[in-house]
Design a protein around this ligand. Structure first.
Ligand code: DGL
Length: 247
């Protein structure tokens, strides 16, 4: 099975890691819109336009399914992308919420969503969670984590100060939805900030479970071949992939 994976930049590699580990796919075509990242600060129309343009890139490949690893794209552009493609386009918001639902979490436990400005504004996560009966939800924009991760800062003083800035008024949640591709890379630091008490929901692991439940997946044998493309500076993206994925 050959799948596409679209992200605004390098962050989607955190999802690739889970997809490769699952060994359910023959080939992954990764496209990062590195020339125009970040999407999380942009408005709805721009996010939809960029996402539809990304579909044109995938026309060059005969993919069976496309994953939008980017939470911001998943929050805004899924319907439009699905209406313009002949393969299913699957986002990460619903799968993240379903992963949380599978856990034994009381409906009045505190759920913290951390995501980009656009994702929080879309209220996609909040609405899904409310529909499942969760009553105690806090969603905060934590966009500064994105450039830190891009800089390779996964722990240390700057990250600690940024976490203090964002989390200073937040009581320890029961679960945290890492609602942005970049956040799994700093999940250990986030967990440590809250004394390792919250359960962390990671889009990559969640999407694998979601795909297994909803699609017929197959790997003809062997491992998963990863091909990386970008709208700018692809060699930099490939270097990040080598580091993040230990290729
Ligand atoms: N990929 C984005 C997301 O998951 C984060 C980076 C960006 O703002 O483009 O929301």
């Amino acid at each position: 099975m050959k799948i596409g994976l679209f992200d605004s930049g390098a962050g989607g590699l955190s999802v690739v890691k889970s997809l490769i580990k699952s060994n359910l796919f023959d080939e992954i075509i990764y496209y990062g819109d590195t020339a125009r990242v970040p999407y999380g600060t942009k408005d709805k129309n721009t996010i939809i336009r960029y996402s539809l343009e990304a579909l044109e890139f995938f026309n060059n490949f005969d993919i069976d399914l496309l994953i939008t690893a980017c939470n911001t794209v998943s929050a805004y552009a899924l319907d439009e992308m699905n209406s313009k493609s002949h393969y299913p386009v699957v986002g990460v918001v619903e799968s993240g919420v379903l992963a949380l639902k599978r856990e034994f979490i009381k409906r009045d436990d505190l759920i913290l969503i951390i995501a980009t400005k656009a994702t929080v504004k879309s209220k996609r996560y909040q609405i899904h969670l409310e529909n499942l009966g969760f009553k105690n939800i806090i969603a905060i924009q934590t966009g500064l984590f994105v450039p830190l991760v891009e800089e390779g800062i996964f722990d240390g003083e700057i990250l600690d100060a940024t976490m203090r800035h964002y989390f200073r008024d937040i009581p320890t949640p029961r679960a945290i939805i890492l609602g942005c591709t970049h956040f799994p890379l700093i999940s250990s630091s986030i967990s440590r900030y809250f004394n390792d008490r919250p359960l962390l929901i990671h889009s990559g692991d969640a999407i694998v479970e979601y795909l297994k439940d909803n699609y017929l997946l197959f790997n003809r044998g062997g491992g998963t071949d990863l091909k990386i493309f970008a709208s700018e500076n692809v060699s930099h993206l490939r270097d990040i992939a080598k580091y993040w994925l230990s290729l």
